[in-house]
Design a protein around this ligand. Structure first.
Ligand SMILES: C[S@@+](CC[C@H](N)C(=O)[O-])C[C@H]1O[C@@H](n2cnc3c(N)ncnc32)[C@H](O)[C@@H]1O
Length: 409
């Protein structure tokens, strides 16, 4: 993996201690540990300028970056030679520099990488069984981590991002893409049809087949405010789409027996009573029930419907948000509840087998966390250093947990 620049190391050193004044000496020690620079390098002096006065060139470079951060309003001087993050600095997101990929953290089962997914996955040739991901949504008002609002650019971005994953997908492996369809034509209450165009582009460019448009119904906050609450011409949204696609439908690895749900009391009574006690034919003969036959078999459980009902939050997510907030790191505003990736992983990968689950747009690594809790191998990338550090907090108890050197305090 490549090394990141001095600026990112300096930024991360302040980010790791967001509520503390960091003295320059502490900063040099932190840089030495995270960037692997021997402390002696900070004291090496060279003659600079016509007067020939000697300075440490490395310390000058560090202070030059400090000044840049100060001018950007990210750090403020606390006392002589001691700086700390400003409010704006605490909300700062540090993207991985172009083409740099660095270890964020790892466990015995997986690896989280700080870097752009296109860089990360194009360098791997590990066979992948499943990708569960939620890319930055296409939004008219972008979030802090950046979102595209033009259809052509967005579709190209998603195709280029998942292409290296699709290349390594095992036959019958799946890609699940959670996207929002709540983007509207400019100034109108009519929805953009980018979802449909994206689906067709993925099929045409990457050869994936659509298995289903799963509906994820959740307790989303009311919206779209402009069209439902103010203009009153739309309904409140309650779902997002998950496109489930595979490279080989004839060998798809899904198995609904891995995600059976409990039968309802009513259904259990029906089975106990010997099944249906009447004959019937419905929908012009498409659906028939036979007395004493239909629903008389004892079955292991109910096959789930393709409307997935999971609350948008969960205890794990709340507890992670609390920890991250206490650390003074930025809160990720678009994370999934663990239940969604858990369900998809169980449905689409085999338990106990050496299968790899990936997520190119890791965020707080919820897909990775779900994979970890189910004993699956995982690999995930995230562009923003602060989310890598925040997300790592969800893995601290995991076997073999280790922070990458750029993130270790
Ligand atoms: C919707 S969020 C994903 C949240 C994640 N599913 C979770 O539950 O925590 C999308 C994430 O993709 C990241 N991102 C955007 N562009 C990226 C890129 N090129 N490579 C890697 N990550 C990227 C953003 O910083 C953001 O955290």
């Amino acid at each position: 993996m490549e090394k990141i620049g001095l600026f990112e190391h300096i930024a991360l050193t302040y980010v790791k201690a967001p509520d503390t004044s960091v003295s320059n000496d502490d900063l040099y020690r932190g840089l030495s540990a995270s960037a692997g620079i021997p402390m002696a390098e900070f004291d090496k002096k060279e003659a600079i300028g016509t007067a020939g006065k000697e300075y440490s060139t490395l310390k000058r470079r560090v202070r030059w970056h400090q000044q840049t951060m100060k001018q950007l309003g990210l750090i403020e001087n606390q006392a002589r030679g001691a700086w700390r993050l400003t409010r704006k600095g605490k909300e700062m997101l540090t993207p991985a520099p172009a083409s740099v990929v660095m270890l964020g953290f790892s466990t015995d089962l997986g690896i989280a990488i700080w870097g752009a997914c296109q860089d990360v996955f194009s360098r791997s040739d590990e066979p992948i069984t499943l990708c569960v991901t939620s890319p930055p949504y296409m939004l008219r008002n972008p979030r802090a981590y950046g979102n595209l609002d033009n259809e052509v650019g967005y579709i190209d971005f998603i195709c280029r991002s998942i292409e290296p994953i699709v290349k390594n997908l095992v036959p019958g492996g799946s890609v699940c893409l959670n996207i929002s369809q709540d983007i509207f034509e400019k100034g109108l209450p009519s929805r953009s049809m980018y979802c449909e165009r994206l689906l067709l582009a993925i099929h045409d460019r990457l050869g994936l087949h659509l298995m289903d448009r799963l509906v994820w119904e959740s307790n989303k906050p009311p919206g779209p405010i402009a069209w439902a609450s103010k203009q009153r011409v739309q309904l409140n949204v309650s779902y997002e789409i998950v496109y489930w696609m595979t490279n080989d439908p004839s060998r798809v690895r899904s198995d609904n027996r891995r995600v059976l749900q409990e039968h309802s009391e009513q259904h259990l009574r029906l089975i106990k009573g010997g099944g249906e006690q009447r004959d019937g034919s419905y929908s012009d003969g498409a659906y028939t029930i036979r007395k004493g036959k239909s629903f008389s078999n004892q079955t292991a459980g109910k096959i789930p419907k393709n409307i997935l009902k999971f609350s948008s939050t969960c205890a794990d997510k709340r507890s992670l948000a609390k920890t991250v907030d206490e650390m003074g790191l930025p809160i990720h505003g678009a994370t999934m509840p663990l239940a969604l990736p858990k369900f998809l992983i169980e449905f689409l990968t085999g338990a106990g087998e050496d299968e790899l689950v990936v997520d190119p747009f890791g965020g707080w690594f919820r897909t990775a966390k779900a994979a970890q809790s189910l004993g699956r191998r995982w690999m995930s990338s995230e562009m923003m250093g602060e989310y890598v550090l925040g997300g790592s907090k969800g893995f601290e108890g995991a076997d073999g947990f280790r922070l990458g050197s750029a993130f270790a305090v």
